[in-house]
Design a protein around this ligand. Sequence first.
Ligand SMILES: C[S@@+](CC[C@H](N)C(=O)[O-])C[C@H]1O[C@@H](n2cnc3c(N)ncnc32)[C@H](O)[C@@H]1O
Length: 282
Amino acid sequence: MKRSAILLFGLVTYAIFFATFLYLIAFTGNLQATALAEWLPRLPALVPRSVDLGGQPTPMATAVLVNLGLVLVFGLQHSVMARLGFKAWLRQRLPASAERSVYVLLASLVLMLLFWQWRPLPGLLWSAATPVGQAIGWAVFAGGFGLVLLSTFLIDHFDLFGLRQVWQQFIGRAEGGHAFVTPLLYRLVRHPLYLGFILALWGGPTMTVGHALFAGSLTAYILVAIRFEERDLAHQLGDRYRAYRQRVPMLVPFTARPFREEDSAGIVVAADGHPTVLDRHR
Ligand SMILES: C[S@@+](CC[C@H](N)C(=O)[O-])C[C@H]1O[C@@H](n2cnc3c(N)ncnc32)[C@H](O)[C@@H]1O
């Protein structure tokens, strides 16, 4: 009974996450009307509120404060709950197999709060004037979200969103955490998923003040989150992660400084074919 309940919780959480992710795409791209409606006039309004449309009109200063507050709540939820110490604390109170689903559920709820309470700031900063410019804007937007989704599968999509953990407890198999891997895009940059988000946030054919606030504050949060995440990874993987960090740039491909002999002094680099399991239970 308890096993089935945890499995059901994980499945429902995954469905909620996926719907929230789809809403995030529509929210960020204003897939409600705007530019897309010019191309596809019969496109139904996909979402009632987006970064630029449908939100409560609010004076500028209040809108900025509310919006930054929403991003701060998002950042705090993500960063606090992703720390090894917090995970250990949570596991003393909840079944370990449900921990990731709880994180994913809360992350989705915090995003829903942001969608609901976001205040548009409609001043136009830039807009692509030509069809080619608009197409490039949409390509960056779509490519960014595509990169996010692809990166989740390169790491381990079902582990990141808690499904693997609830399934393994259901079939009575011990849970082991997912491996540290560096396939494809992870050889070009250390954070392709975050790079995808940054491209998606800044892509699209137009940019308003509100959209720039959304993109800018989340980009700043991503840069902070990378610091925390890398600190944990270096703690878990030691020299292996430090050597990876030397070889592969953070977000911009082909910008790593050349690897020098002295960089490898005292460092033992594990072969890429032998991933280390990231310990989720510390
Ligand atoms: C939302 S994912 C983002 C992954 C990565 N920062 C990126 O942008 O592609 C965060 C989780 O992925 C894990 N992670 C980061 N790099 C990884 C890698 N190369 N292989 C496996 N897991 C990784 C982190 O430990 C963390 O639990």
